[in-house]
Write a protein that binds this ligand. Structure first.
Ligand code: MD3
Ligand code: FE
Length: 207
């Protein structure tokens, strides 16, 4: 059902359902190693509100937000130290997925890690803090399923709803790279590997 939705006509979006299925335990272990060095934190928007999604990063740069704005930073503002290195398996998985979607040579330098607990959501937004938007963004979903909102080039465009399941990888690029998108409040549930959580990794070429 979900795969058919994608297969129809959402240009610039390639869903790879179950691309990382069976690798959840290893991927979660790698996430936990990153989190040991750069713990989950609540992020404050420039407007002063706390996001319901908790975040961390790995890679050369990480996405941060505070009262001064959104940006990529080579240092974790909590520790003042560089973000943990991107686990090799992460970069390989992202590059493999990007290649399937037609983006050969994708070399992410940033991986934003989002933690959703039941009720957490992400309001409609665009990702436009990356210097070169000709590179795609690769997302990997782990844990509880989420309803993803896939909007258009304008905030008011009607958004399609797409279920993202654990192990799904989606490549967003080309025409759709600057589309508005968001995530509905996470429903209650328990995932066999992640428990009462959803973790989403987005691989980006930020610099
Ligand atoms: C479409 N994260 O971190 S991943 C984000 O599920 C973000 O945590 C969501 O939106 C999440 O910025 C959605 C899918 C995604 C990521 C980036 C995109 C879709 C995108 C960039 C452009 C278009
Ligand atoms: Fe986004």
């Amino acid at each position: 059902m979900t795969a058919e939705l994608f297969a129809l006509n959402l240009p610039g979006l390639t869903q790879l359902p179950g691309f990382a299925h069976g690798e959840e335990t290893a991927l979660l272990a790698a996430v936990e190693r990153v989190i040991a060095a750069a713990p989950w934190r609540q992020v404050i928007t420039p407007g002063g509100k706390a996001m319901s999604v908790q975040m961390s990063n790995c890679g050369a740069v990480g996405w941060i937000s505070d009262r001064r704005g959104y940006r990529y930073s080579a240092a974790d503002p909590l520790s003042g130290r560089p973000w943990p290195a991107m686990p090799e398996g992460f970069a390989r998985l992202a590059a493999r997925a990007a290649a399937v979607a037609g983006f050969a040579g994708f070399a992410p330098d940033a991986c934003l890690i989002n933690l959703y607990e039941p009720g957490a959501r992400m309001a409609l937004h665009q990702d436009r803090d990356e210097v070169d938007v000709s590179a795609p963004i690769v997302s990997l979903s782990l844990g509880l399923p989420a309803v993803f909102l896939w909007g258009g080039a304008a905030r008011a465009d009607k958004a399609a709803r797409i279920e993202l399941h654990s192990g799904d990888v989606v490549v967003w690029g080309g025409a759709a790279r600057l589309n508005f998108h968001g995530v509905l409040p996470l429903r209650e549930g328990v995932h066999p590997v992640l428990g009462r959580r959803r973790i989403n990794l987005t691989f980006r070429k930020a610099l």
